[in-house]
Design a protein around this ligand. Structure first.
Ligand code: NDP
Ligand code: 2IT
Length: 445
């Protein structure tokens, strides 16, 4: 459709050096063609032109002093992408690869993901090219404090509520929250993923991984399949991968491989999660350590060959563009029948084509990993009420939300003529609510 092609061209022209952002926008715009045809009033009101441009993009200097007394300078970002249905909401990524392209792709995806949760949250994302790996606790603390010294003025419980992402876990959220409170003298739910004794929600730590499994459980059931007895390969060994592994095991599947950016472990008897948690959550070491505890398991340098391991279900839970066309073909050739994206945009567009053409049950990230931000939304509710729910209450709500997201995505796919295509379904279902709100609120912003 010409209008959507024009929007895409404008995006590329405006920021020619942002390939990840282009990739995310292209996929969504392609899905939205039938919506644009049905809603000429949205085309006329420039909804498509406006949704691809962040409402506000903040870049700032983060200077801090390392343990040797040297001054270090990083770049901080916050992309406040869309506030049509609620305050900006999305994680903070701390990784040396962070740049505007990556954070804009993540912020853009977050708009539709947050809409899919059914909770009132707009889309945003932030981060820095700071690498927490190998830094002391003191260095991480000083970085986080400096980062928040600037970010503080741009966020707030009704404005923008950041959370964790790659490199930002409970430790970093703690240091950032402490600094926010110090500067503002205000104890509010300005961040999610907080500690349980200071406003955090039970089950937030587990939520993304658990939610992914609840979504897959539902998607598999709809096709007469089940997680029970399934062999599962998961990439990554961070927050999402760990709790996806835990839930897969609870639901009767077997996870046989995990990775980090250096390599992967293969344990055909099933990954021993306590060992992974000790290595990753307590000691902050590399996944290669696993074979010291379980010598029958195998470690391989380099992470991309993990997709050569024969499996029924693949759950990429590390980072973007982790599964390319060749890996997708290998997975399919080895009999894999379902792929659930725990990470954001872990499959390249060519890989997605392979999955769709081969009728693989393909659960796209903005639907499948929405459990994390959904539970952040539940943390915000509990903060507003000043009343915490039990683990069981939060977990039950998370499960309901994931089932509803599956239903919304699969029925939108069917309604718009793409039955079983959850990529199209999730994009449309997420978009409709945001477009309606933008239209109702008029043109500015
Ligand atoms: P963590 O920092 O806890 O773990 C990240 C994992 O991915 C690590 O094992 C890391 O390995 C690996 N990884 C990161 N970058 C690369 C890379 N460039 N190449 C290979 N491996 C890499 O992050 P999370 O588990 O929180 O996040 C994982 C994914 O899930 C991300 O895409 C994130 O955006 C997404 N996500 C997270 C949510 C959350 O609630 N935390 C919610 C929804 C999505 P290494 O240690 O070697 O870097
Ligand atoms: O990508 C994501 O959805 C997250 N990193 C979680 C964001 C959040 O606000 O909980």
């Amino acid at each position: 459709m010409k209008i959507l092609k024009d929007v895409m061209e404008q995006v590329i022209k405006r920021d020619p050096n942002e390939p990840e952002f282009h990739q995310a926008v292209m996929e969504v715009l392609e899905s939205l063609e039938p919506v644009a045809e049905k809603h000429p009033e949205w085309v006329k009101a420039g909804i498509f032109d406006r949704i691809v441009e962040p409402e506000r993009q903040i870049t700032f200097r983060v200077s801090w002093v390392d343990d040797d007394g040297n001054v270090q300078v990083n770049r901080g970002y916050r992309i406040q992408f869309n506030s049509a249905i609620g305050p900006y909401k999305g994680g903070i990524r701390l990784h040396p690869s962070v740049n505007a392209s990556i954070l804009k792709f993540l912020g853009f995806e977050q708009i539709l993901k947050n809409s899919l949760t059914g909770l009132p949250m707009g889309g945003g994302k932030g981060g820095s090219d700071f690498d927490p790996k190998g830094k002391s606790d003191g260095e991480v603390m000083r970085f986080c404090q400096s980062f928040m010294t600037e970010l503080e003025r741009h966020i707030g419980e009704n404005t923008d509520v950041p959370a964790g992402d790659i490199g930002t876990g409970a430790r970093e959220i703690g240091y950032m929250f402490g600094q926010y409170k110090r500067l503002r003298n205000d104890f509010t739910g300005v961040l999610t993923g907080k500690g349980l004794t200071w406003g955090g929600s039970l089950a937030r730590t587990e939520a993304t991984g658990y939610g992914l499994c609840y979504f897959m459980d539902e998607a598999l059931r709809a096709k007469g399949k089940s997680l029970k007895g399934a062999t599962v390969v998961i990439s990554g060994s961070g927050n999402v991968a760990i709790y996806a592994t835990e839930k897969i095991h609870q639901l009767g599947g077997k996870v046989v491989a995990l990775s980090d950016s250096n390599g992967y472990i293969y344990d055909p008897e099933g990954i021993k999660l306590e060992t992974v948690q000790k290595i990753k959550e307590v000691e902050r070491k590399r996944i290669s350590e696993y074979i010291k505890y379980h010598p029958k398991a195998k470690y391989t340098e380099g992470c991309s060959d993990i997709w050569k391991i024969k499996c029924d279900i693949a759950l990429p839970c590390a980072t973007q563009n982790d599964i390319d066309e060749n890996s997708a073909k290998t997975l399919v050739a080895n009999g894999c029948y379902a792929v659930g994206e725990g990470a954001n945009m872990p499959s390249t567009p060519e890989a997605i084509d392979v999955f769709i053409k081969n009728k693989i049950i393909f659960a796209p990230s903005k639907a499948a990993n929405a459990g994390g931000v959904a539970t952040s939304g539940l943390e915000m509710s509990q903060n507003s009420m000043r009343y915490p729910w039990t683990f069981e209450e939060v977990d039950a709500k998370l499960k309901d939300i994931m089932v509803e997201i599956y239903k919304a995505a699969s029925s939108a796919a069917k309604e718009y003529g793409h039955e079983d295509n959850l990529v199209v379904g999730a994009n449309i279902a997420g978009f409709l609510k945001v477009a309606n709100a933008m239209y109702a609120q008029g043109i500015a912003y």
